[in-house]
Design a protein around this ligand. Structure first.
Ligand SMILES: [Zn+2]
Length: 408
């Protein structure tokens, strides 16, 4: 780490604030489906933002937590703002803190992809022997990685810039419905993105890399209606929805094309009532991931072309592609190169990665707005019991975010 870097020094001076604030935010549990709970997190972040000079606008929601729009920097400026994107909801239900409390502990990496190559990337290392034996110091807790740390890092980055007298228009948009597909916040995100210079997404890093491409996501449901009958008394007059669905799913499995970056996964199946009844109903929920925007129409045509082979069965198809892919476009690559250069100045190496998971960055990238994702914390176990962030990376990554904001 380059200790003479003024941004790094400014961020470093508030590392205690960072940890305390993150703790306060993690201790407010905020599942997407609990409006009062998420709104409490919204209130905390709104007051924190005000304390560092932010202007607060609430987009009130009926069924989800309110969408929080925060503006920093000069109220009037000829420069377009940079849009920082994050979310305050988590996948964890109320009460998770009882089994997954906020705690600090050492742990070795869970996944191979996370392990930093020896000698590179390491920031403020403990001694090598220490790390081998105990792993790295982490903070655990529901939502700590995905993505309350990203939210707090953004606030700290803005705070550091203010401390250095650097002012530029910044919009921080935090929604409360990301984990359920951003149904209400999507139009707000898109509207703000179109008037912004670029978008930086505060989702967690992928290993140690930022994300320059994400797959698009689709959800389809196949619902087959057959004809019920008694399997012993009247077998031949029945038309089994279950058998028909099973045949259709064989066809659907063939839609996967790994070369195109397209995967199709029937993740839920249900149907029938009893084993001695020919099933009248059966359905399957299918997750689709696509790497290219041009593939969306093709996938949709494939689904719409499905036909029942049993003339006594009917098929209904609902759903579609709901997050377009974030493709690796020149605007995003330029942002990445800038981030990489700034990271090097801070003494850290930044790589790029692509992921099959979607974020709100998918929406903004698909509109042609340069979008760089994965600028939040470094850690592991999003949506899993070992969800955690690596403490040593918080300050340098926050400084990187601040450097990007200052340089763009
Ligand atoms: Zn997230």
């Amino acid at each position: 780490m380059n200790d003479r870097n003024p941004l790094l020094a400014a961020v470093n001076s508030q590392s205690a604030w960072l940890t305390t604030t993150l703790r306060d935010l993690v201790l407010i549990e905020s599942p997407s489906d609990n409006k009062p709970a998420v709104d409490e997190a919204v209130r905390l972040v709104a007051s924190l933002a005000q304390s560092i000079g932010g202007r607060v606008k609430l987009h009130r929601q009926k069924h989800f937590g309110d969408v929080l729009e925060l503006r920093f920097g000069p109220a009037r400026s000829s420069r377009k703002p940079i849009l920082l994107l994050g979310h305050l909801d988590t996948v964890w239900p109320l009460g998770t803190l009882r089994t997954m409390p906020w705690r600090k502990a050492f742990a070795r990496p869970f996944t191979a992809s996370h392990r930093p190559p020896a000698g590179r990337h390491r920031v403020m290392p403990a001694t090598m022997e220490d790390t081998e034996a105990r792993g790295e110091l982490r903070i655990y807790g529901p939502g700590v990685l995905d993505m309350k740390s990203g939210v707090v890092m953004a606030l700290a980055a803005i705070r550091a810039l203010a401390q250095l007298g650097i002012s530029r228009p910044i919009t921080l948009l935090l929604n409360s419905d990301e984990e359920v597909g951003s149904p209400v916040s999507r139009p707000i995100t898109e509207r703000l993105a179109l008037t912004s210079q670029c978008v930086l997404v505060l989702e967690a890093a992928q290993g140690l890399a930022c994300k320059t491409a994400r797959k698009g996501v689709g959800d389809y449901r196949l619902h087959v209606t057959g004809v019920a009958s008694h399997s012993g008394v009247d077998f031949t007059s029945g038309h089994s929805a279950i058998l028909e669905l099973a045949r259709l799913l064989q066809t659907v499995a063939g839609f996967t094309d790994l070369k195109l970056g397209r995967t199709v996964n029937p993740g839920v199946i249900s149907g029938g009532t009893r084993s001695n009844v020919v099933a009248e109903h059966a359905f399957a929920d299918i997750d689709v991931r696509i790497a290219r925007a041009s593939d969306a129409a093709r996938v949709d045509r494939l689904f719409r072309s499905l036909r029942c082979s049993d003339p006594g069965c009917k098929l209904e198809i609902t759903g579609g592609i709901n997050r377009p892919p974030m493709e690796r476009k020149p605007g995003t690559v330029a942002l990445y190169k800038q981030a990489r250069r700034l990271a090097a100045e801070l003494g850290i190496q930044l790589d790029e990665a692509s992921t099959g998971g979607g974020s709100d960055g998918n929406f903004t990238a698909a509109l042609g707005v340069p979008t760089l994702d994965g600028l939040g914390a470094v850690g592991e176990g999003a949506h899993a019991a070992h969800e955690s962030i690596l403490i040593d990376h918080i300050v340098p990554r926050t400084a990187l975010l601040a450097a990007l904001l200052a340089s763009l």
